[in-house]
Design a protein around this ligand. Structure first.
Ligand SMILES: [Zn+2]
Length: 174
C-alpha cells in the first residue's frame, strides 16, 4: 500500500466531495467535521472526524458516507477515529461554506464563539443574553424574529423574516 503524502492528498480530495447528510450543499470538510487524514502506527489509513452537536444523529451516516467514498475510490482499508476534544464549534465552518448555507436558505452562524486555545478541559460556554440580529438569507433584512429554539434539527433555530415573511433555519453558533 502506498503510504506517501500523495496518497494522503488523494484521500483528502476524495473526502472533500462527501456532503453533509443534513445540509448537502456543504461538505463535511467545509463544516469542519473532517479533521485529519493520516496513517496509523500500523499503516492503516485513519480518518479523523469530530461530531458537530452531540445530539445530531448524522454521525453514523457520515461514517458510512466516508467508508463508501473510500471504497468507491479503491483506497483500501481504513478506520474512522472520532475525536471529541477539542469540541467542534461553528467557528470551524469555512467562509465559503457560510456563503453556501446562505444561498441554501440557512442563515450561517454569526460572530465567533470564542474558541478557547486550552483544550484540556471542556469549556463552559456562556450564551449572551442579548441576541444578535440574524440576517434573512433570502433578502438580507435583519428585521427577523425567532419562532422556535429548534428548527429542522437541534443544530438550528427557526426564524422568520418580518420583511419577506419567509421562515428560515438559523445555524446556531456553538
Ligand atoms: Zn427576508
Amino acid at each position: 500500500m502506498d503510504t506517501t503524502n500523495a496518497s494522503i492528498e488523494r484521500v483528502w480530495s476524495v473526502l472533500e466531495a462527501v456532503p453533509d447528510p443534513e445540509i448537502p450543499v456543504v461538505s463535511i470538510r467545509e463544516l469542519g467535521i473532517l479533521r485529519d487524514v493520516r496513517h496509523g502506527d500500523d499503516g492503516v489509513l485513519e480518518v479523523v472526524i469530530t461530531p458537530t452537536y452531540s445530539g445530531c444523529p448524522a454521525m453514523s451516516q457520515i461514517a458510512e458516507d466516508i467508508a463508501q467514498a473510500i471504497d468507491d475510490a479503491g483506497l483500501g482499508a481504513h478506520r474512522i477515529e472520532t475525536v471529541l476534544a477539542p469540541a467542534w464549534t461553528t467557528d470551524w465552518i469555512t467562509d465559503e461554506a457560510r456563503e453556501k448555507l446562505r444561498r441554501y436558505g440557512i442563515a450561517p452562524p454569526t460572530g465567533a464563539c470564542g474558541s478557547i486555545p486550552d483544550t484540556s478541559t471542556k469549556p463552559i460556554r456562556f450564551v449572551p443574553y442579548k441576541r444578535e440580529a440574524i440576517a434573512c438569507p433570502r433578502c438580507g433584512s435583519t428585521h427577523t424574529e425567532r419562532l422556535a429554539q429548534f428548527g429542522s434539527t437541534a443544530c438550528k433555530a427557526l426564524y422568520r423574516c418580518v420583511d419577506c415573511r419567509e421562515p428560515f433555519d438559523y445555524f446556531k453558533p456553538y
